[in-house]
Each structure stands twice: as structure tokens, then as C-alpha cells.
Ligand binder design. Sequence first.
Ligand SMILES: [Zn+2]
Ligand SMILES: [Zn+2]
Length: 323
Amino acid sequence: MESQPTQLEPGGTNALGRMLGLLGDEWTLLIIQQALQGVGRFGQLMSALPVSNSVLTSRLNLLVREGLLRRNIYQTNPLRAEYVVTDRSRALWPFMLAIWEWERRWVEEHAERLPTMHHELCGHDFAPLLSCGACGKPVEAKDVAAEWGPSGSWERSVPESATRRRADSDPSRTSAGLFPETMMVFGNRWASALLGAAFRGMTRFSDFEASLGAPPTLIAERLRAFVAIDILVATQNAQRPDWAEYRLTEKGRAFFPVVATSLQWGQEWFVAPEGPAIVQHHRSCGEAFEATFRCDQCHEVLTGHDITIVGRDDSTPAREEDA
Ligand SMILES: [Zn+2]
Ligand SMILES: [Zn+2]
């Protein structure tokens, strides 16, 4: 199952819902981030992350069950196991790169804490440029036309949450707080739906309410949260002064690569029998939009192999007491 897409049930949760259910959890992302760097032993993960034993155990089990990690027994007496990435989790590197770039550029607390990425191919530190896989041109949200596909609807996109709450007995341990703003979008069902709607051009409270089918109090709360972190800006409607409109800010629009790469990953690995949840076209070339990253220095297509992390704190002590 690790290298084959999961075939979804007809009429059930679609790729978008499955993706949000898995990636909308900070621990999951942090564990995968570590595993992508070769940190996969239980003790190493406990040292590297501010995570409790029970949360780490529950996430590792989930990730193995969902095919994002493989449990590899490297010693039998005594039993020692490590968790290694699979094709499915390795394919998350563009998504991780997109989060890194957005948090680095737009979330102030992170500007100095996040490491630099280095492109081995050209020898420069770089920023990833979201581009069209067909024509190679740089792409922003407004350049991509998105429509529901055959398995697409808000109802079928509700995250299937395989993790949390019940499993996490210690509430202070449900978040590491390392990607707080990304998690405000991804870790919340209504927030992710609302942002998706905003990217599709929706601006009015009543439209958000009608199309998402969410309680107005929740919509209002999420809109306020997005305004507070400057992802949306509320503006007055000229015709109806009592109606505020909510538009994406530059910071909000800059989140698009995270949305595009997560969607692409979800639809690649979770396949609904009816067809995709969302169909996207690059407006200027007319081809199906495939999210690709290019290096802003040399403009070559980035691959997971030619990126290295520079200046990372590598003082993680290796503890090996756990199996
Ligand atoms: Zn194109
Ligand atoms: Zn380069």
C-alpha cells in the first residue's frame, strides 16, 4: 500500500478530506519532517520533538497504518525498530517546502528560526517558485482555474480525522506550536474550507455560510482569526455598507503553493472511483495544472534530491532506549 494509491470508497470522503485529515495535524507533519531527514527511531523522535510518549506512539501507528511510514526492524535481540519514509511520505517534500517558504516569509517569529535551503544543482540558497508543470511559467492563485471534479463537494471534503482528541490525554501536548499559522488553516475543518472558498473568489459572509453549510458563529470566528493573522482583510461593500467583504491579502495569496501541493499530493495518493475532487487548469497555457517548484536562482525544476538544509541546529542527542 505504501507505493500504491489508496482506492477510496464510492461516495465517501474524497481525496481532499483524506488529505486534510492526515496533514491537518502538526505532530504528523513534524514526524514526517524528521523522518525525511533520516530521524526515525522512537528515542530520537522523542528528543527532537516536544512530544509526549503517548502522542508519538499514536501518530507513528497512524502513519504506518496510512502508509506514510514503514516500521523497519533493524535489530532483533533486543528488538529495535525505526520508522522510515515511504514513497507516499517522500512525495510530501514539495508540501513541506511550501510550508517552510510561507512560514519563513510571512510569519515573523519564524523568519530567523527556520533554516535556509540550498540548491545543490546551482549552488545557491534559493526560494521555491511555484510553476506550471506543462509550460514552466511561474503561477499564482489567480492563474489557476479550479472546479469541483466528479468526487468534489464540500460535504465529501470534510476531513476524516484519524487522529487526536481521544488519543491525546494531555491537552497541552496536542500541538508543538512550530507551525501555528499553517495549522490555523490546515488543522481546522472550517478554516481549510473557508480558505479554499476564498481562493475560488468568494468574499461574502452569506456566500461562505450558504456554500460551506457551516454555522454562522463558526464562519465568523474563522474569518476573525484569518483577519487577525492577516490572511484575509475585511473591506466594506460599496453598495451595501452593512456587508463586509473578505479578501485574501498578499500573505493569504502567498499560501497558494501550500494549498496546491497538498491538493496534488492528496489526489495522487487517494483516488476516488468517480474521479478527482478538484480539477485545475493553468489559464494561460490551458493545460491541466501540475504544481511544480523551480529554483528562483537558476530556474531549474527542483527535485527532492537536490535540496539541502543549511544552518539547521543539529545538536539533537541520539537516544536509543526505545524499540
Ligand atoms: Zn502552463
Ligand atoms: Zn538553483
